[in-house]
Design a binder for this molecule. Structure first.
Ligand code: AKG
Length: 249
């Protein structure tokens, strides 16, 4: 198996609304209202970006976001968003979920796992849209296709606590994530829960890759910024995360 490419950082992309500028005398990128100098800025804040972390700002332009949103809407007609519960406590998550692909990530009182069927309808999950398969081939640098794509819907109050995705046998395969709709405050830490963290805003159309060392780093979503995108008519944010699960299906 090929390893994840060694580069990391925050990169401009061919579709980007990224503006090049200078920050601390170094090359940097403006992403929406925020400016990043990929390496030095992180060092100034005492945070070194983990190897294998990539932010591709504005990877999907508006028409591509609308097309992807149409596919998400079709999928959730067949496989409705539902509010899963935490293992043991049975406490509902604030994020609502569904999946694309042969497998879907689910959580219930029994624990976290991947399953071929929607837990409420008992039907197979809808297939992964071609544009996501193309994205995977473009950025994942991994020989196997994704087997699951979790669809997270955040309303303005939803959050996702710091966690590491660790239910995959293919523990080193990258996770590729797409943001649609309202902006989110994404937090990235290190391999230990109490490692220092760095927050960055994710915009509609942005793609994040957690590969290499970043694949094993804690991350989460601290808040959604309401009314910061016109993509979803009722507001909120959709995040799609593609994963290789690593077992036969
Ligand atoms: O919504 C996001 O940007 C992150 C999602 C995530 O961490 C996950 O689904 O495990």
């Amino acid at each position: 198996m090929a390893g994840f490419r060694a580069n990391h950082g925050i990169l401009p992309h061919r579709y980007g609304r990224t503006e090049h500028l200078e920050l601390y005398g170094k090359k940097a990128y403006r992403i929406g209202s925020q400016a990043f100098a990929p390496h030095n800025h992180m060092m100034n804040t005492g945070f070194q970006l983990p190897d294998g972390f990539l932010l591709l700002p504005g990877y999907f332009d508006r028409p591509a976001q609308e097309d992807l949103l149409y596919r998400v809407r079709k999928a959730v007609q067949a496989a409705p968003l539902y509010r899963p519960v935490m293992p043991r406590t049975g406490k509902p998550l604030s994020v609502r979920m569904s999946n694309f692909g042969p497998l879907g990530w689910i959580t219930s009182k029994e624990g976290y796992r991947y399953a071929p069927h929607h837990p409420r309808t008992n039907k197979p999950w809808p297939p992964l849209p071609d544009c996501l398969a193309v994205l995977w081939d473009d950025v994942a640098n991994w020989p196997d296709p994704p087997q699951a794509c979790l669809i997270n819907y955040y309303d303005e109050k939803a959050r996702l606590g710091l966690h590491v995705d660790a239910d995959e046998k293919a523990a080193n395969a990258p996770i590729v994530s797409v943001s649609l709709g309202d902006q989110a405050l994404f937090r990235l830490g290190g391999p230990r829960r109490n490692d220092p963290t760095r927050s960055l805003r994710l915009f509609s159309g942005d793609v994040v890759v957690l590969g290499g060392a970043a694949r094993h780093c804690y991350h989460g979503v601290d808040r959604i910024y309401p009314n910061t995108s016109t993509l979803l008519s009722k507001g909120g944010r959709i995040n799609l995360t593609m994963r290789v699960v690593g077992r036969n299906i």
